[in-house]
Design a protein around this ligand. Structure first.
Ligand SMILES: Cc1ncc(COP(=O)(O)O)c(C=O)c1O
Length: 505
């Protein structure tokens, strides 16, 4: 059977094969007639048949049926010397490159997360212009979906084009003028980056430290504000991805406001995973990222700014030090009334963010937080059954970012363990950073990655690799504990629902 016939067999009919290749049926029928698939389709054939018909088979067959006739050419002809492109060839890649098809991984690291198929499909739709009326309509919906995710009525709520780091920088360049004193809280990697930002804006950071793995102590923030009455800004990370700890945003912001200071909150890992109640807590400037619990493609940073922030930035007498991130200029594109060119917006990524936020809206924000928590409980039960311990104390733990202490005996093999998880189980988990490098693993259950099948895969795979490395484990204990946690949680939820229905009746 030739490759063309095998395709028809795999897809069930010529029509189905044509649909899968997005071709007219007559094309497939022609392949059957001539008895081979043209070589330019080799990679697609391998991809669409999941390797059942390999690209090499297609190439060999096509070449046997219709060999490429190469005219005898001089070396200079072959390299294009005679058509003026010779010098360009010297910049060509040294190996033959074909289209990139990433492997199918289970992503349980600190981000990016897996992406819901609906989001992927939406992103692959035809591009339209960033000022197309249909696109502008979509932008308005996107802003309203973001307001829902952030629980805010802030008009200035939109995605900055760029990853979370750009959202961070956007908040700092707009809010920090040279000479400003800023209280910056640091309990992990990202607090450290905030300090960098303040310094690069010409400000003076007053650092409030907490141990890595502990939350920020609000009392220390108050002490710093008392000692620095001229500080007008407090910056902190709500969910520190490097350690899996959550700080008390509401209390920190209350304290800042008592001293007439505005706040910058990093909600990169919290948005969509745990409550970020912008209006209720009175948060001022907040940024997040698209690739964590929002579960979209990386490269967008949703921000929301309170009216106080907008007034503060508008009142600045000096020129904002970044053209791209100047809030007043960006308002021309994302503001309420005007739509003028500022930069070429990443249209297809924004389609994706619209769909990812729509999924959250359909699930309901509270259900979304509850889903992250439910899978966290199952993961925790399984990990503890394996004898593994959490870095962070229970009340401050982030459900979506689980920082696990690596037992001392296997610390020297930690990189090898992650490598084996990836190569044998297609499973990615995160390593520790800074002082915690080699000492913890970071297991993310964010957005679309927060699913029972992922929890079970992770427990099974980790258990298998750890016992291969010599850790004594009872096979199946971890999965059993996770199942038990799920059923306890479901029974509790059913009872609560029943009580609620009785009360309502
Ligand atoms: C808490 C926190 N802030 C900021 C960032 C930076 O985001 P990005 O990598 O999208 O630039 C990250 C990334 O992991 C993060 O976890």
């Amino acid at each position: 059977m030739n490759c063309a016939e095998r395709l028809v067999e795999i897809f069930g009919s010529q029509a189905e094969a044509a649909r899968s290749f997005r071709l007219d049926r007559a094309v497939i029928s022609h392949w059957i007639k001539v008895g081979y698939v043209p070589s330019r389709w080799a990679v697609e054939v391998e991809r669409l048949t999941d390797g059942r018909v390999s690209a090499t088979e297609v190439l060999n067959e096509a070449n046997a049926k219709k060999p490429v006739r190469v005219k005898s050419r001089t070396e200079a002809d072959a390299l294009g010397a005679n058509d003026g492109s010779f010098h360009m060839q010297s910049f060509a890649p040294s190996k033959r490159i074909s289209s990139f098809h990433p492997p199918q991984r289970t992503l349980m690291g600190p981000g990016p997360t897996e992406i819901h198929p609906r989001v992927l499909t939406t992103m692959s739709q035809p591009a339209i212009g960033y000022l197309d009326p249909k696109f502008v309509e979509m932008m308005e919906e996107l802003k309203s979906l973001l307001r829902y995710a952030y629980q805010t009525k802030n008009l200035l709520t939109f995605p900055v084009s760029g990853p979370g780091s750009v959202g961070m920088e956007y908040c700092f360049v707009n809010l920090v003028a040279p000479g400003d004193k800023v209280i910056v809280c640091r309990n992990g990697v990202f607090g450290g980056r905030m300090i960098e930002n303040v310094e690069r804006c010409g400000g003076t950071p007053i650092v409030v430290e907490a141990e890595w793995g502990s939350p920020i102590d609000p009392q220390k923030v108050e002490d710093a504000l008392k000692a620095n009455r001229d500080a007008r800004l407090v910056a902190f990370v709500h969910a520190e991805t490097s350690t899996g700890v959550q700080s008390d945003a509401k209390t920190i912001v209350e304290i800042a406001h008592k001293y007439d200071a505005l706040t910058i909150t990093d909600a990169v890992t919290s948005l969509g995973g745990t409550p970020v109640l912008v209006d209720e807590w009175g948060l001022d400037a907040v940024y997040s990222a698209s690739q964590k619990c929002v579960s979209c493609t990386p490269g967008l940073s949703p921000v929301t700014l309170s009216e106080r922030v907008v007034d503060h930035v508008k009142a600045r007498k000096d020129k904002i030090h970044s053209w791209f991130m100047d809030m007043n200029l960006l308002l021309g594109y994302w503001g309420e009334t005007t739509r003028t060119y500022h930069h070429t917006a990443p249209t297809n990524s924004l389609f994706g963010l619209h769909e990812a936020l729509l999924l959250i809206r359909e699930e309901g924000l509270e259900n979304c937080w509850a889903r992250h928590y439910r899978h966290h409980l199952a993961l925790k039960a399984g990990l503890e059954a394996m004898g593994l311990q959490y870095l962070v104390k229970e009340p401050y733990r982030l459900p979506q970012m689980n920082a696990i202490r690596i037992p001392e005996a296997i610390q020297p093999k930690e990189a090898e363990i992650r490598k084996t998880l990836l190569s044998e189980f297609n499973l990615e988990i995160g390593a520790g950073l800074g002082p915690l490098a080699g000492k913890i693993w970071r297991i993310g259950i964010m957005g679309y990655s927060a699913r029972a099948e992922n929890i079970m895969l992770c427990l099974g795979a980790l258990g298998s690799v750890l016992s291969d490395m010599g850790m004594s484990l009872h096979e199946g204990d971890a999965e059993g504990a996770a199942h038990q946690a799920y059923s306890t949680h479901h029974a509790k939820a059913a009872k609560q629902k029943q009580q609620g229905t009785k009360r309502a009746a």
